[in-house]
Design a protein around this ligand. Structure first.
Ligand SMILES: [Zn+2]
Length: 611
């Protein structure tokens, strides 16, 4: 190697300086730029740490990933180009997504929110890249950000009915493109997008009554959801977008009509829009995580408890997208009055997020119970989004129910579905200071650094078809740590855990974690056998005769029940049909077949039986 001359030295210094800049950026991508204030008992894994293995969750993740990876980029960008007067090649996606003169709310929702799901698709693809490392996915994210950048203009939001709603999703997509797909311009693009929307946002978050009191062009202008903005503003701040994002987050915390009452355990939810208020609880969680606000943590905990108290046996909530009044017949009446019972992909996405936050912060495993209830009884039974935008939206819990797709293409639920399926992995495990917590029993592998050892845990399971899950460990060398297994609150007394074939001598408390603290070594096996009793869940305390049958976390739906009546005793005597997921109940008028929600196709079904 020759001695470097001065010219080479200067060149190397420049390269070194550039290299430092690159390194700084890489570091900013790898870890949040701003540490959060609150320390939490549990933390999240990175997307790459958890891989789903063969099973229905992997199928849903791959379907959504493939669909949005294949979606035409000119079509995705078209509404932004059209509304800002630029050449806009490509086909219209249609439905809610493309501007349309047909829009006439609430009669005709065609053309409702042009470009609304763009940010969610960007987010879903960014997270899918973080899970898979697929370079084509990263390249698509970066092309979409580059294509979106020149369309940023205040013109886009002129006469736009719900600017905060769409911007919140755009914000999420750009900060995910930055964080998970290493997009070098995403934060700069976000800054310009924020400048463009700010003139169209009110001074503070408003509820629908306050929106109605303002002049509005038509009813859709009163539907904006400014109260969901803080979560992504806080995340933008944490990821290095700058201090103004923390100020914006604080400005849009809806304390007077929402978090204030909830923090005092006042249930302000009845009559409010359901999904956006569950999603809004995530803003309260970020106010706690970023600003240390105990009041907002209390608000989120209380708010979620109010939601649970009016949930169906499936974990779903919010008939006709609204919360009902407690101590009334409203929930029971929803079984005959509506088919639009639970907004499934959005609702499940909101519930996964808020339960993940609450589990991280409180360490309480029962938030995981509610996550798995939503998983097995709602979203895993959602029909896939079709390439033409036809999407699944409402689960139907009417006494005469059918599974149907939504009548508008590309609705809100086509935005949350790919985000949710990309989050399946990071929802399945959490990290603790002592080791790892297994939250969901799903075919998957988690890899992590435990002390000085490389560790992985692989689950092999058919759960919840039966209660058995076997876990296999690999470790580069023995290491002492804790594997905590979630024992659901419904688990029966025969639940047991074996390590390397030997029963573990530990009290297993339903509704808590079972902590297995030992020196683990390569090849160790853990077998969890959950006792899954049949049980009944009444729709609420006022209607103890209206019940759903559950097997462990799984609600069983009566298939083609017609007018047949059934007793609680008959329900609890249900018999499994062979090894299948189907059950049979003997009623006075003959046998009734019962199926889990994911197994229902076009049959008429009934969730709640009048007994
Ligand atoms: Zn939706």
């Amino acid at each position: 190697m020759s001695k470097p001359n001065r010219r080479a030295f200067l060149k190397n210094s420049a390269a070194l300086a550039a290299g430092t800049a690159v390194l700084r950026n890489a570091h900013a991508f790898a870890t949040p730029a701003i540490a959060t204030t609150a320390t939490t008992p549990l933390t999240q894994f990175d997307y790459k740490d958890v891989q789903l293995l063969d099973g229905p969750m992997l199928v849903q993740f791959q379907q959504n990933h493939a669909l949005f990876l294949g979606l035409n980029e000119d079509s995705i960008l078209k509404p932004f180009r059209q509304l800002t007067g630029q050449p806009a090649p490509g086909e219209d996606l249609g439905g809610w997504y493309s501007p349309s003169s047909l829009f006439d709310p609430p009669k005709n929702m065609t053309g409702y929110i042009p470009g609304h799901t763009f940010g969610q698709w960007l987010s879903g693809l960014s997270r899918a890249y973080a899970v898979t490392g697929d370079k084509a996915t990263q390249a698509k994210v970066q092309r979409l950000v580059a294509g979106f950048a020149p369309t940023i203009s205040e013109k886009f939001y002129k006469d736009y009915c719900i600017p905060a709603y769409t911007f919140d999703k755009t914000n999420c997509g750009l900060i995910d493109a930055h964080q998970f797909a290493q997009d070098p311009q995403a934060l700069a693009v976000l800054n310009r997008a924020t400048d463009a929307v700010l003139p169209f946002l009110p001074p503070k978050a408003l509820d629908r009554e306050e929106m109605k009191a303002r002049p509005h062009k038509n009813i859709s202008f009163t539907w904006d959801e400014t109260y969901t903005l803080p979560e992504n503003f806080y995340l933008a701040y944490q990821r290095g977008a700058g201090p103004r994002y923390r100020q914006l987050a604080q400005r849009f915390l809806e304390d007077d009509t929402y978090f204030g009452p909830l923090s005092q355990n006042i249930n302000m939810l009845p009559g409010q829009h359901a999904y956006s208020h569950v999603n809004g609880l995530c803003s309260a969680m970020q106010a706690y995580l970023t600003d240390g606000s105990q009041k907002h943590l209390t608000a989120a905990k209380n708010g979620f408890a109010f939601v649970l108290a009016q949930s169906y046996a499936t974990g779903g909530w919010g008939p006709n997208e609204g919360f009902v009044k407690p101590e009334t017949d409203e929930l029971a009446e929803s079984l005959t009055k509506t088919h639009n019972t639970f907004e499934t992909p959005c609702g499940a996405y909101g519930q996964f997020k808020v339960t993940r936050y609450l589990m991280r912060v409180t360490g309480d495993s029962r938030y995981g119970d509610s996550m798995e209830t939503i998983l097995y009884n709602t979203i895993l039974g959602a029909r896939p989004i079709r390439t033409d935008g036809v999407s699944f939206y409402y689960a139907d819990y009417n006494n005469k129910a059918k599974k149907v797709d939504y009548d508008q293409k590309w609705p809100c639920c086509s935005g949350t579905f790919p985000q949710l399926t990309a989050d399946y992995g990071i929802s399945s495990y959490l990290r603790s200071a002592r080791g790892i917590n297994v939250n969901l029993y799903v075919p998957s592998r988690v890899s992590w650094q435990q002390g000085s050892a490389h560790a992985s845990l692989t689950q092999n399971t058919q759960y919840p078809a039966n209660g058995d899950t076997s876990m296999h460990l690999t470790l580069s060398h023995p290491e002492r740590f804790t594997i905590a297994l979630r024992i659901p609150a419904w688990a029966g007394s025969k639940t047991k855990i074996m390590v390397n074939g030997n029963a573990v001598d530990a009290t297993l408390t339903p509704g808590a974690w079972a902590n297995l603290d030992r020196t683990w070594k390569d090849g160790d096996r853990v077998e969890l056998s959950l006792d899954m009793p049949l049980r009944l869940a009444a729709i609420d305390d006022r209607h103890s005769q209206i019940v759903a049958l559950l097997y462990g976390p799984v609600a069983l739906f009566a298939i083609e029940p017609g007018a047949r009546t059934i007793t609680q005793k008959q329900l609890l005597a249900a018999q499994r049909i062979g090894n299948s997921s189907a059950w049979e109940v003997a009623s006075d008028a003959g046998k009734i077949r019962m199926l889990p929600y994911p197994d229902i196709k076009d049959e008429t079904y009934r969730l709640y039986q009048q007994t």
